[in-house]
Design a protein around this ligand. Structure first.
Ligand code: FES
Length: 99
């Protein structure tokens, strides 16, 4: 069975989303001080910004008044989740019981 993704362009950013839940999640503000949405952060992560510092430089995330106290844990959790999902895809299955 093939599942088709939905393409959304929100505020000039293209999102490829599988479900309404993903859409709603992408619109949540992760960095409240800088009004940066989860979708913007995930797009930057997918483009290769795989550390908090890289996202800080690219998007300005974590540069607000709270100095990333509120958003850094949430952003790092998203980076870890992305890396874990990629690792799960890349890791080959161990062959079992081959003669
Ligand atoms: S919430 Fe991101 S810098 Fe304050």
């Amino acid at each position: 069975m093939t599942r088709l993704s939905s393409l959304w362009i929100i505020a000039g950013t293209l999102y490829i989303l599988e479900t309404k839940k993903q859409l709603l999640d992408s619109l949540k503000k992760v960095c409240l001080c800088r009004s940066i949405k989860a979708g913007t952060i995930m797009a930057a992560i997918e483009e290769g910004s795989l550390t908090f510092e890289a996202l800080r430089r690219k998007l300005g995330a974590g540069t607000g008044n709270c100095k990333a106290k509120r958003c850094r844990p949430k952003i790092e959790e998203r980076i870890k989740g992305y890396k874990d999902s990629k690792k799960a895809v890349v890791e080959p299955e161990v062959p079992s019981g081959q003669p």
